[in-house]
Structures are given as structure tokens and as C-alpha cells.
Ligand binder design. Structure first.
Ligand code: HEM
Length: 394
């Protein structure tokens, strides 16, 4: 079948709000390097290709933007770590790495458990809850607020600011820019305080880090903090919602977890693989190059479809379309690969694991208590509403 007959538009938000996986399967089989005429970009769906492209920032740059919709705007220079190329990217990455080491993540676990437990306290057995609003949204915000050293009294305002930053990343309006400016003032004050009285928080760590005699300027730290809110909140929220949705759809897999909590870590990997929160990021070819026999011209864009790559039968075999919590961990690309590999991957995994551990300590199972509502978005396969009802252990 010629590629044109694939009825698919990579920038259609409804495509992601529905079930994109059957189309991904066809693309892998029929047109693994697929030209989307409307977006004038190549859709990449095989795992090896996504990894190969992500690994080579010299041949495939991020500087022109990593979102499908970045085609429609001018991406400012050094807007964020994520759209920076080497050598600047390496330098920024080294400077912010100190805030996300394994040791720091380990030290966070008990606070994350308190946050999860506090949120789950509001859930009673046999009473329906809307899980997104009750747990998935507040949990990552509370965790990042704690990491940044935001005082408990400021948490409500922090949530409003954080939502505004995410909203503004999609398009700036007077409504979202007001709270964004408030957040910038707040961060400026926070940095002043931390310079005088350093603590164990992320802002103090980044302020104190130097690499080869260089450190980040305050404006750059501010941009980095904003990036964390955009990159870390909706993604982790979606991992939690998607993960619970998958368990509710697969009661046999949920029973395995309830009976064997030691499987939770593996189950989180399978949730990440099966339905990645971020469906794509983009690269631009820096010269003419061939991918899987297809010639790509200099300056053409390549859309890395992570959800498609994560179901690649060459890596995940005949069961690639099944959700199996005992699956041996394979090479999924939910956090990207290589140069820009997600800096918050350990944190997201930790939050999801702790949440599931706390859920199965209290409850034996949960079921849908109404329809799941997906939000039509091109970047994140986001869940808007997830009504669930939890039952006590037998
Ligand atoms: C399930 C949750 C998450 C998913 C699915 C996710 C996904 C990704 C992906 C795919 C990339 C690679 C970008 C590229 O190759 O162009 C990335 C990078 C990044 N992520 Fe995450 N992320 C998650 C959570 C987080 C969290 C919790 C944080 C921080 C609080 C974070 C911060 C970042 C940053 C700063 C980058 C840029 C790294 C760089 O450019 O070197 N992410 N993320």
C-alpha cells in the first residue's frame, strides 16, 4: 500500500485522544519513515531509528524546536535546555545534574511517600473519586515544590503559577502571563534568600554548582525552574493517570500487583512503555541524510513517535500490544534517548512507584466508576478525568 493512503495526521490532537496504536502499527509495517505532507515532516516509528536519531545531536538538532507546533513560531535562542544543542547543552546539563542525582532522589523518597499517603487519605473505600484532580495533579506539583524549597503556605499559589506556566508554554495570554510574572518574582526572592542561607533544595544546589569555573546566571536558573514545571508536572501526572487506567482495564494484571507488590517497579516500566505521556519530540536534519533507506533533506524535520517505537514488534515481540506487568524491562524511549535523555526520569519513576505502593497498602483493587475523559492534545496523551472506585483488601 503506498504511504499516502495512510489516513493519518501527526498534528491532529484527536488522533492522540483516541487510540493511536493501531495506526502506529500500520506505520511501522507499511511506512516506517512516513512523510506527513501537511506538517512537511517525517514521522519516525521504529525503535532503532528513534534511538539512532536521538543519539546524534550533530546530525539532528533540537535548536529549531522540539514540538510539532514549534514549526509555527520562532524558537528563541537558549529558550530552555531541551531546545539547546551541544556544546552549550552539555554545559547546562552538567550544571543542573547536581539537583537530580540518585542520592538526592533516594533522600526524597520518604517525603514523596508522605505526600502520596496524605493525598490518598482523602479516598474512602467504595466511594467514587475523580483521581486526576484528587491525586495525579497535586502530587507532582507538591513534590517539585518541596524540591524547590517552596514553603507549605505558598503551595496553593504555587499550583496556580505552575498551571499558568504550562498554559503559557502552549501560547501566552494576559491571563496566564500574570501568574507567570508572579512566579518569576517569587523565584527571584527565593534565589536571594538561598544565596544568603543555602539549604538542601534544588535552587541552592544549582546556585552552588560550578563546572570548569562556570555557573548558571540567575536568569538561567529561573528559566530552568520554569522548564521543570513544564517538563515535570503534566508528564508525571499523565503517567499516574495512564498507569491506573491501564490497571483498571486489565484486572488480571492489577491482581498480580496487589498480590506481589515487588512487581510494582517493573509495572511502572510497562506503564511507561505501553502508553508514554509524551507522544513525540522533533529534530531537524543538519545535512542530507538517509534513514532506513529514505533520503531526508537538510533542514527537514523528523517527528519521533515514542508511542509507536515503544510497541515495535522487533523489540517487544508478539506481545507488544499487550500490557504485561511482568514483562522483562526492554528499551523503551518514553524518556527519550542519548543527549537529551530526561533529567527527571528517576523522579517520575520514584513518584509512580511510591504512589502504587501506597495504593496497594490500603486497597485490594479499584475499578472505573464512569467514563475516562482524554484531552485532545498533540504533545501529551493526557487524561482529563479518571473516575475510580477503590475497594478494601479482602
Ligand atoms: C513520566 C514523566 C516524564 C516523561 C514521559 C518525560 C519525557 C521526557 C522526554 C521524552 C525527554 C527528552 C527530550 C528530547 O529528547 O528532546 C525529556 C527531557 C527532559 N525532562 Fe522529562 N519527562 C518526564 C518527567 C520529568 C520530570 C519529573 C522532570 C523534572 C522535574 C523532567 C525534566 C526534563 C528536562 C529538564 C528535560 C530536558 C533534558 C535535556 O534537554 O537534556 N521530566 N523528558
Amino acid at each position: 500500500m503506498p504511504p499516502d493512503s495512510l489516513d493519518f495526521s501527526v498534528n491532529d490532537p484527536n488522533f492522540y485522544a483516541g487510540d493511536p496504536y493501531p495506526m502506529y502499527k500500520r506505520l511501522r509495517a507499511e511506512s516506517p519513515v512516513h512523510w506527513d505532507a501537511k506538517e512537511e515532516a517525517w514521522c519516525i516509528t521504529k525503535l532503532n531509528d528513534v534511538q539512532w536519531i536521538s543519539r546524534d545531536p550533530h546530525l539532528f538538532r533540537s535548536r529549531d524546536g522540539i514540538l510539532i507546533n514549534d514549526k509555527y513560531r520562532e524558537v528563541p535562542e537558549r529558550e530552555s535546555i531541551i531546545s539547546t544543542d551541544p556544546p552549550e547543552h552539555r554545559q547546562i546539563r552538567k550544571l543542573v545534574h547536581a539537583a537530580f542525582t540518585r542520592k538526592r532522589m533516594k533522600a526524597l523518597e520518604s517525603r514523596i511517600r508522605e505526600i502520596a499517603s496524605g493525598l490518598l487519605d482523602s479516598i474512602e473505600a467504595d466511594k467514587p473519586v475523580e483521581f486526576v484532580e484528587q491525586v495525579s495533579i497535586p502530587m507532582p506539583i507538591m513534590v517539585i515544590a518541596h524540591m524547590m524549597g517552596v514553603a507549605d503556605d505558598d503551595l496553593q499559589r504555587f499550583r496556580v503559577w505552575s498551571d499558568a506556566v504550562i498554559d503559557a508554554a502552549d501560547g501566552q495570554t494576559p491571563e496566564n502571563m500574570g501568574p507567570v510574572f508572579e512566579l518569576m518574582d517569587y523565584l527571584r526572592n527565593l534565589m536571594e534568600t538561598r544565596k544568603k542561607e543555602p539549604g538542601d533544595d534544588l535552587v541552592s544546589k544549582v546556585l552552588a554548582t560550578t563546572v570548569d569555573g562556570e555557573s548558571l546566571e540567575e536568569a538561567e536558573i529561573m528559566v530552568f525552574c520554569m522548564t521543570l514545571l513544564v517538563a515535570g508536572n503534566e508528564t508525571t501526572r499523565t503517567l499516574m493517570s495512564n498507569g491506573l487506567c491501564l490497571l483498571a482495564k486489565n484486572p488480571d494484571q492489577m491482581a498480580l500487583l496487589a498480590n506481589h507488590p515487588s512487581l510494582i517497579e517493573k509495572a511502572v516500566e510497562e506503564m511507561l512503555r505501553f502508553d508514554p505521556p509524551i507522544q513525540s519530540f522533533v529534530r531537524t536534519a543538519t545535512e542530507d541524510v538517509t534513514v532506513r533507506g529514505q533520503e531526508i533533506k537538510k533542514d527537514q524535520r523528523l517527528i519521533l513517535l515514542y508511542g509507536a517505537a515503544n510497541h515495535d514488534e522487533e523489540e517487544f515481540g508478539d506481545t507488544c500490544e499487550d500490557f504485561l506487568v511482568e514483562r522483562p524491562t526492554g528499551r523503551h524511549v518514553t524518556f527519550g534517548y542519548g543527549e537529551h535523555y530526561c533529567i527527571g526520569a528517576m523522579l517520575a519513576r520514584l513518584e509512580a512507584r511510591v504512589l502504587l505502593e501506597e495504593i496497594f497498602k490500603r486497597f485490594g483493587k479499584f475499578e472505573f466508576a464512569g467514563d475516562v475523559q482524554r484531552l485532545p492534545q498533540t504533545l501529551v496523551r493526557s487524561v482529563g478525568k479518571l473516575p475510580l472506585v477503590f475497594s478494601e483488601p479482602r
